[in-house]
Design a protein around this ligand. Sequence first.
Ligand code: NAD
Ligand code: USQ
Length: 407
Amino acid sequence: MHKKITPKKIIVIGGDGFCGWPTALHLSNLGHRVTIVDNLSRRWIDTQLGANSLTPIATVEDRLTAWTEATGKVIHFECIDAAREFDRLAALLASIRPDTVIHFGEQRAAPYSMKTVTEKRYTVDNNISATHNLLAAVTALGLDPHIVHLGTMGVYGYDDAGLEIPEGYLSVYVPGDDKRIVQRDILYPTNPGSVYHLTKSMDQLLFQFYAKNDLLRITDLHQGIVWGTQTDETRLDERLINRFDYDGDYGTVLNRFLMQAVVGHPLTVHGSGGQTRAFIHIQDTVKCIALAVANPPRPEGRVAILNQMTECHTVRDLAMLIAKLSDARVAFVSNPRNEAAENDLRVSNRTFLDLGLNPITLEAGLLEETRDIAAKYAHRCIPEMIPCVSTWTDRQQPGVVDMGDVA
Ligand code: NAD
Ligand code: USQ
């Protein structure tokens, strides 16, 4: 049983996606009135790439029917392109007058954003326009929803700065004109590593401006790499199952390794695998967003920035851990990305811990994920979709396994 909450009217943009779908279900389960806005572009991109989700995902209509059958609750759906259909987005906002808008509706794969000039332009046009359309519409309509945006840890870059990455703002102390030391809180300097991450860095400036100028209440969640598939709600019916991307563009590293282990493919570590990244389980993503929804910032002109991650690991350590659990082999392949070969990473996630987040650890979640998802649906894997062939520049080579790379 969930404790009683004051129901809110919530729009979830991008609510058919990997993070958005389980979030919409969780918020509906808590008693909120949820409307999903999605243009289904993610499903269309799968078709374009010849890829699929390892888990069989139902149509939106079947998903929503299954949710009502399982819980008696109703989630509404509107097929709107937030980047290109400003008038329809604004009309929906005007009719619902939401208390909260959660914005997941962006092209989120770094390798896809680096494929060719077409995908670079699409990612920038889509992501920046969707974010700006939302902010401009809310302002023009005189609405005051709390806007919760899914940003990324990657806006900070991954260089080892010798300090714990703070939650969005960096206190700097610089000598002023009269040699007095002046203190300022600035946005932590961005250092994006892909066109996709660049759009998230640009989103930050859009939020900074609208929070200052129009006193919009905005929470930007700088999220790490999400792993896992199911949440308490998506487990209720097979038609509610969440997507599991494993292909070279959309598959994220830990889910890819889990899938590779069960289909007998060597684990594809890029370069030396010394890249340290921040991770979070999908169940914790959903919990963090509910916590953010319940704790809006005051309209004081400053964006609330929270780091949404729970553990840091190197890619190499993850591969070794999964290899040990599954007897998989590890392949150190050419790195298709232009990124540091090795980096340290320390991140503050104090706000969510203080709000009561009790993270799912890798140790606790890996076994279930392997047994109930990767192994169960391994037969759906399309082997040709496994290699990472999108390269950052002409200097990089695709991450393809040569048996000489295997350890
Ligand atoms: P996803 O691609 O599975 O979902 C995004 C959804 O947004 C899709 O359903 C897509 O159809 C929709 N969408 C895209 N552009 C749209 C538009 N113009 N109008 C309407 N709908 C649109 O991605 P995800 O993994 O669920 O990520 C959601 C958000 O979280 C993204 O903004 C991403 O940057 C961020 N994020 C994801 C991860 C991760 O590991 N998956 C980590 C950090 C941050
Ligand atoms: N990697 C491998 N082998 C693989 C795939 C990836 O070694 O088979 C490496 C990559 O080179 C990279 C690291 O693993 O160093 C992470 O790659 P990823 O694809 O798991 O994650 P990334 O591209 O950073 O993007 C994902 C989501 C994105 C989100 C981001 C959070 O797709 O939406 O914003 O994680 S973060 O990385 O913290 O910025």
